[in-house]
Design a protein around this ligand. Structure first.
Ligand code: FAD
Ligand code: 2HG
Ligand code: ZN
Length: 472
């Protein structure tokens, strides 16, 4: 069958509204959020139901055409972007936006894969519950993308990653069969936990169409502080102090280097520095509780007072009122976007044991500064999870392309250092196309062999998001 015959078959399945071939409309689906990756496609298909997804995938499989699943297209590793051949079909879940059920007794929510994360949070809140996954991209990213990247974000410390938040999945397999694993059971020991294969698979094993997710009791009080610390070691020490005293009430513990904050101060609208002096590192601490008057501000002040006495914290502000909380969060959440104004951002999403963060930072900073004098290291992230976004911006007044050309060499510096601390080169963003080759040097051969075996079992013809995750 020719491409045009396949497109007519797809049009018959999903209707005119479900098939995009117009170049103007295609553009938004063919490159990622940052414009760092772009490709071409025979078409974008937008099925409206699981049955339609299954029919579309079956039609493509019968014609030997590769499928690229896409949600909100906010991923940072090029996983949702097609290759340059123009032969692949992008399957966007952006018409599958139904919340199928919210159950406050079972504490579950069942949603289709195209539902935007923020809409899930809102649907849960409307029933007095909490869906805790929280990302800077939550207004655009979808549950299908969150599942497929095993997204993390700022509340992992308390609630875990998407893997921990998922009870059941519905998946269209690469041959078009539908696996209905939409169970909301808290316990189910009937063999292999198949849903975990699809979580974090970045669309290489199947197309997720719906999920049953865990809910939690709504949070009724919060306290937020912005703390200046003198070193990464002090940030880790502060983490130990806060966690020790606040336990599960500690919901978020985010670190930011001065360089990261400076970018937001320069490019974020209305952002302002909180302290008179400049500090090398900052921490955003968030406590939360289900009680309405849990006295969290007082608790946070008490904890920070102890940290000052021990010389761990240098300055701090406990936010008063929702406007100040939003301003503090914006200083943290604005970093990702602010980097885009400073030339190419070479992203490295690494994780090491929390206790190794200070030595990791010291060693990696030194190696990078030796390699590129004047390099701007934009290190920040979820320090309570040992996860740093160790991003690199070029020295001021230097050439974009010259810096980009050194991306692989500089990634090696960061990844070798990560590896020497027993860390991982992808904490939460995945491998996509950006890290699919380099992972071969940092993952055990046996693990890669087992991963290839799983791929071969589920997708023997390699038609589900080829060129992603597995080394070529
Ligand atoms: P997409 O980008 O569309 O796709 C991501 C991958 O999932 C691709 O490989 C795609 O093929 C696959 N996929 C998408 N939908 C499906 C489906 N239904 N079935 C099978 N495969 C599918 N990530 C974090 O983990 N933590 C953060 O704190 C965080 N913050 C961010 C902040 C900003 C400003 C931005 C731009 C991104 C951030 N991200 C973060 C990265 C990104 O938002 C997440 O990876 C998110 O989970 C991707 O969701 P998406 O719907 O946009 O997926
Ligand atoms: C965050 O924590 C995101 O802000 C994005 O994971 C990180 O842009 C990045 O590198
Ligand atoms: Zn992150």
């Amino acid at each position: 069958m020719t491409t045009s015959a396949l497109l007519e078959r797809l049009r018959a399945l999903v209707g005119d509204a479900g098939l995009v071939t117009d170049p103007g409309q295609l553009a938004g689906y063919l490159s990622d959020w940052r414009g760092a990756y772009s490709g071409s496609a025979a078409a974008v298909v937008r099925p409206g139901t699981t049955e339609e997804v299954a029919e579309v995938v079956r039609a493509c499989a019968e014609e030997g055409v590769a499928v690229v699943p896409q949600g909100g297209n906010t991923g940072l590793c090029g996983g949702a972007v097609p290759d340059a051949s123009g032969r692949q079909v992008v399957v966007s879940l952006d018409r599958m936006r139904r919340v199928r059920a919210v159950d406050p007794v079972d504490q579950t929510i069942t949603v289709e894969a195209g539902v935007v994360l923020q809409a899930v949070q809102e649907a849960a809140a409307a029933e007095g519950c909490l869906f805790p996954l929280s990302l800077g991209s939550e207004g655009s990213c979808t549950i299908g993308g969150n599942l497929s990247t095993n997204a993390g974000g700022t509340a992992v410390l308390r609630y875990g990653t998407m893997r921990d938040l998922t009870l059941g999945l519905e998946v269209v397999l690469p041959d078009g069969r539908v696996w209905n694993g939409l169970r909301g059971l808290r316990k189910d020991n009937t063999g292999y936990d198949l849903k975990q294969l699809f979580i974090g698979a970045e669309g290489t094993l199947g197309l997720v169409t719906a999920a049953v997710l865990k809910l939690f009791p709504a949070v009724r009080s919060r306290a937020t502080a912005w703390v200046a610390v003198g070193s990464a070691q002090a940030a880790v020490d502060l983490f130990g102090i806060v966690r020790g005293l606040c336990s599960d009430r500690l919901t978020g513990f985010e670190i930011m280097s001065r360089q990261s904050v400076e970018f937001v101060l320069r490019h974020g609208s209305g952002a302002r520095d909180l302290f008179g002096a400049v500090h090398p590192w900052y921490v955003l601490v968030e406590l939360s509780d289900t009680l309405p008057d849990a006295g969290l501000d007082g608790l946070l002040e008490f904890v920070l007072g102890g940290a000052f006495e021990r010389g761990v914290a240098d300055d701090a502000v406990v936010a008063s009122g929702s406007a100040q909380v939003a301003a503090l969060r914006a200083l943290r959440e604005g970093i990702s976007e602010a980097q885009n104004f400073e030339g190419p951002s070479l992203k490295h999403d690494v994780t090491v044991p929390v206790s190794s963060i200070p030595a990791f930072v010291e060693r990696t900073d030194a190696a990078l500064r030796a390699a590129v004098p004047g390099i701007r290291i934009v290190a920040y992230g979820h320090v309570g999870d040992g996860n740093l976004h160790y991003n690199l911006s070029k020295p001021v007044h230097s050439d974009d392309d010259a810096f980009r050309q050194r991306a692989d060499e500089l990634a090696r510096v960061v990844y070798d250092s990560t590896s020497s601390f027993g860390g991982s080169i992808s904490a939460e963003h995945g491998l996509g196309q950006s890290k699919r080759d380099v992972i071969a040097d940092y993952k055990d051969d046996l693990e890669l062999e087992l991963m290839r075996g799983v791929k071969q079992l589920l997708d023997p013809r390699g038609l589900m998001n080829p060129g992603k995750v597995l080394p070529g």
